[in-house]
Design a protein around this ligand. Structure first.
Ligand code: 13P
Ligand code: SF4
Length: 357
């Protein structure tokens, strides 16, 4: 019973007081977000992990890579808890550390390791936040950095100051959309195919590459189409179309704007006149924004419900269970990144947090 679960969460949270902090990603369902101390995009939640060093436990209502990141950034005594261990991210799973190491070896063979006359190394690896801690560690060990959808352009600039080219993973769409907006031609963005030597690219293509893209994608954002945008424009003249940069390039090109989940929230918040917004991102966020801003008409571009099924695995029942376990002195579902991965991963994350927007 939802009311019963709600009461159990509230009671356990009240008993725990400041001992626990609950973080909720924008894509969580309302029954979870209502209990969160901080709600935000993945960048904001990474920062939020730093703000409560006094809390014994950080209960992360998001997906696995976000909880790993919170563990990297929080104090060694703090336990990061993922209420359901099955809440992963299919995109993060698309880049596996062995495949990335293999790609790196081939790129190193091709480009060498010598910096050019301005001191830029041949390749800088950039991983999207939506990746395992192992990949963040790989970036930390190899002069690379992490980005989120809210700082991808800043991070790519950071990388181009230090490298002749970038290897970007796991999300091809965020990489392509961001680099394109920065003026990188599509012909200079080959996609690495891990199943072929040299990614199936000839050396000429790779020689001209400025951004080498991994083949990953988000199964939620891939569903958005140009046809949906055309239909929204036909049915709602004057509609403002905003999509997440994990959407495919033609969708981003057809939209009026593209930005992270927090960008979308801020754009709606800043609109002074009643406006119709068609949004290309996860439906729980879109529905919440529609309820929060009744002066506007806000709808999801995908007419069939479009949730992130793994985020949805954080059922309020799991939240109640982990909080009640903490009350009972147990620490369930703790996410711990081993030190050999954590140290370099932290380096890559700290480079991101220090890169100026
Ligand atoms: P942001 O929270 O960075 O916008 O990312 C969206 C997302 O897909 C998280 O997995
Ligand atoms: Fe992963 Fe996409 Fe879900 Fe974000 S929305 S957690 S990228 S599957």
């Amino acid at each position: 019973d939802p009311a019963d679960l709600d009461a159990r969460v509230r009671a356990a949270k009240a008993t725990l007081g400041d001992r626990v902090v609950i973080l909720g990603h924008f894509y969580q369902r309302e029954e979870v977000v209502t209990h969160a101390d901080f709600v935000g995009d993945s960048f904001q939640l990474a920062n939020a992990s730093l703000t409560r060093p006094d809390a014994e436990a950080i209960v992360f209502c998001g997906v696995h890579f976000m909880a790993e990141t919170a563990d990297l950034l929080s104090g060694p005594e703090q336990a990061v808890i993922l209420p359901n261990l099955a809440a992963g991210c299919s995109m993060a799973d698309m880049a596996d550390i062995d495949q990335v190491e293999e790609c790196w070896e081939q790129l190193t063979e091709l480009y060498g390791t010598e910096p050019d006359s301005s001191g830029r190394v041949p390749v800088i690896p950039v991983t999207y936040m939506n990746s395992s801690a192992a990949l963040k560690g790989f970036c930390g060990r190899n002069g690379g950095i992490v980005c989120t959808s809210s700082n991808a352009a800043t991070v790519l600039e950071w990388a181009f100051e230090r490298g002749q080219r970038v290897l970007f993973f796991p999300d091809q769409h965020l990489g392509r959309n961001t680099a394109k907006a920065m003026g990188v031609p599509l012909t200079a963005m080959p996609m690495w195919n891990p199943n072929k030597p040299l990614g199936g690219n000839d050396e000429q293509t790779l020689g001209d590459a400025q951004v080498i893209l991994w083949h990953g994608f988000c199964s939620v954002h891939r569903r958005f189409t140009v046809a949906q945008i055309e239909q929204a424009r036909a049915e709602h003249p004057g509609v403002r179309v905003i999509v997440h940069p994990e959407c495919p390039m033609p969708v981003v090109d057809a939209a009026d704007e593209a930005g992270s989940t927090d960008y979308i929230r801020k754009a709606i918040d800043a609109a002074t006149e009643p406006t119709t917004f068609a949004i290309g991102t996860e439906v729980n966020l879109v529905q919440r924004l529609a309820a929060q801003y009744p002066q506007h008409t806000i709808f999801c571009l995908d007419p069939v419900v479009c949730p992130c099924s793994t985020m949805y695995r954080i059922h309020p029942g799991y939240l109640a269970w982990v909080l009640e376990s903490l009350v009972a002195g147990e620490v369930p579902n703790r996410i711990t990144v081993p030190a050999d991965v954590a140290d370099p991963a932290r380096v890559a994350l700290e480079r991101m947090l220090a890169a100026k927007p």
